[in-house]
Design a protein around this ligand. Structure first.
Ligand code: ZN
Length: 422
C-alpha cells in the first residue's frame, strides 16, 4: 500500500462536488447538482414476478430510465472544439504532443500542463487495479497522491473522476438530499470505472495498439469489476447490472484520445432497462437451446471471423449498417468470467476486425458494448458484445426499438471477410 509520504499528500486534496462520485459535507453544493436516476413512467413497469433478481421485496422496474448528472457536462475533453468537427481519423494522425491526455498525469505520476502553462491533469486518482493487482478500495472516499505507474504495467483501472453516478455520500447529508429530490427521482448510486493502457495509444488507431495493451485493459477491467462487486455485496448492494463499453471516437462519446474502456456498475438495485429485459426474456425462452450456442448465423454467410474462442458475425437485424456482434464460444454469462486465453484471442481478433472496417472506410467512431447478466440474477445468459459504427439516425428510429439499415448484413459480412483475408 501507500507509504506515509503519499498518505500525507492524499490528505491535501479535497474532492470537488461529485469528483470520483464523492459527495460530502464540504463539497455539497445544491440538490439540483445531485446525480439522479429517473424512470420514464410511460415506458416502465414494475417487475412483479420473482424472476431475474434475488431480493423480491424490493421494488424493481424494467423500462426506460435516464441518469441525469449535471456535473458531467463540465468534465475535461481531450479535443478542442475546432478539431471535433474534423474526422477523428485525421485527428489521430497528429502527434501525441498535440493532444490533451488527462490520463498522462495519472500514469506518469506528475501534474501535467499544456504549452500555455494551464493545468491539464493534477494526477490525483483512485486506482482500483494495476493490471490484475488490487489497489485502492472501490469505496475509498479520498483520492490519493500521485505516483508513477511502473512502465511494465499494461493497464490500470481507475474510478472515473467525472462519473454519472454518486459512489460515496456522507451519511449525515444523504437523508436530507433524498428528501429534497423531485418526485420520482432517486439519488443515483453506482461505480463508474475507466480502464486505460499504461502507455499512450490512440483509440482511433485501434489496429496499431499492441495486442497486450488491449488484453491488458480487459484483464485490469475484469479484476476491478470483481473487486468492486465483492465490496458492493459486502455493503449490502444487490441485483447489480454491469455494463462494459468502449467509446472509440468523439462522435460516440470518446472524450479522451487514449484507448480506454469503461464500466457502469449500477448500485440502485431497482431493475434494468428494456433492452436487457428483452435479452433476459429471450434467453429464458430458449431454455437449454441457447441460440448463440446453436445458431449457424444464416448458414455461415454472416460470419466474418471464427476463431478457437470467438465467433464474429453481422447481426441479422442490425442497429446500424455494419453492426457486428460477437460471442465467446463458451456459454458464459459475464465479462468477468472470460479467461486469459479468451481475452488474448479477443484482443487479436478485434484488431483484425477494426483493420478490416478501416480498410472498408467504415466510420471509425465506434462503440463496443458487452451485454452481460446482472449480478444477483438467476438467469441463463450467453454473454455477447456489439461493435456499432457511428451513423446518424432518424426520427422513426427514435420512436421505437427499430432501425432502418440499407446494407444487407450478408453483403456486409462478405465485404468484411474479404477485407480480413486481403
Ligand atoms: Zn450459449
Amino acid at each position: 500500500m501507500r507509504d506515509n509520504e503519499e498518505t500525507l499528500k492524499s490528505a491535501n486534496y479535497q474532492p470537488k462536488f461529485m469528483e470520483w462520485g464523492i459527495i460530502n459535507k464540504n463539497n455539497f453544493t445544491s440538490v439540483r447538482e445531485v446525480p439522479i436516476k429517473r424512470w420514464d413512467p410511460l415506458s416502465t413497469v414494475v417487475i412483479k414476478t420473482g424472476e431475474f433478481g434475488l431480493r423480491k421485496k424490493h421494488l424493481r422496474y424494467y423500462g426506460h430510465y435516464s441518469y441525469l448528472s449535471p456535473i458531467r457536462g463540465r468534465r475535461p475533453k481531450g479535443f478542442k472544439t475546432s478539431e471535433k468537427k474534423k474526422d477523428f481519423y485525421d485527428y489521430s494522425k497528429k502527434s501525441i504532443n498535440n493532444v490533451k491526455d488527462v490520463f498522462k498525469a495519472v500514469t506518469d505520476g506528475k501534474a501535467l500542463h499544456d504549452n500555455n502553462g494551464r493545468l491539464i491533469g493534477d494526477g490525483y486518482t483512485i486506482i482500483i487495479t494495476e493490471d490484475e493487482k488490487r489497489r485502492d478500495d472501490p469505496f475509498l472516499d479520498q483520492p490519493h497522491g500521485i505516483e508513477k505507474i511502473p512502465d511494465s504495467c499494461k493497464a490500470i483501472t481507475l474510478i472515473n473522476r467525472y462519473p454519472s453516478m454518486a459512489r460515496i455520500i456522507e451519511p449525515s447529508i444523504k437523508t436530507s438530499i433524498e428528501n429534497k429530490l423531485p418526485p420520482n427521482s432517486k439519488l443515483s448510486i453506482g461505480i463508474n470505472l475507466v480502464s486505460l493502457s499504461r502507455h499512450f495509444y490512440f483509440s482511433s488507431n485501434f489496429d496499431l495498439i499492441p495486442e497486450d495493451a488491449i488484453s491488458g485493459i480487459f484483464i485490469s477491467m475484469k479484476s476491478a469489476i470483481l473487486y468492486s462487486i465483492q465490496e458492493a455485496i459486502d455493503r449490502d448492494y444487490y441485483d447489480i447490472p454491469v455494463n462494459v463499453f468502449f467509446n472509440i471516437g468523439v462522435k460516440v462519446g470518446g472524450s479522451q484520445p487514449r484507448i480506454h474502456g469503461q464500466c457502469y456498475i449500477d448500485l440502485n438495485g431497482d431493475g434494468h432497462g428494456s433492452r436487457l429485459e428483452g435479452y433476459l426474456r429471450a434467453f429464458k425462452e430458449m431454455g437449454d437451446n441457447c441460440h448463440l450456442c446453436e445458431t449457424t448465423h444464416g448458414n455461415c454467410d454472416r460470419i466474418v471471423l471464427d476463431t478457437k474462442f470467438w465467433t464474429f458475425f453481422l447481426t441479422g437485424s442490425p442497429v446500424r449498417n455494419y453492426h457486428l456482434r460477437f460471442n465467446p464460444k463458451e456459454h458464459i454469462r459475464r465479462f468477468v468470467q472470460l479467461k486469459s486465453n479468451q481475452i488474448q484471442d479477443l484482443a487479436k481478433s478485434l484488431k483484425k476486425i477494426f483493420k478490416a472496417l478501416d480498410n472498408l472506410k467504415i466510420d471509425n467512431n465506434r462503440n463496443i458494448l458487452f451485454n452481460c447478466c446482472p449480478y444477483g440474477y438467476d438467469a441463463d445468459f450467453h454473454m455477447f458484445a456489439d461493435i456499432i459504427p457511428h451513423e446518424i439516425i432518424g426520427g422513426a428510429e427514435m420512436a421505437d426499438d427499430m432501425r432502418v439499415a440499407r446494407k444487407l448484413p450478408e453483403d456486409a459480412a462478405k465485404e468484411i471477410r474479404e477485407a480480413i483475408s486481403s
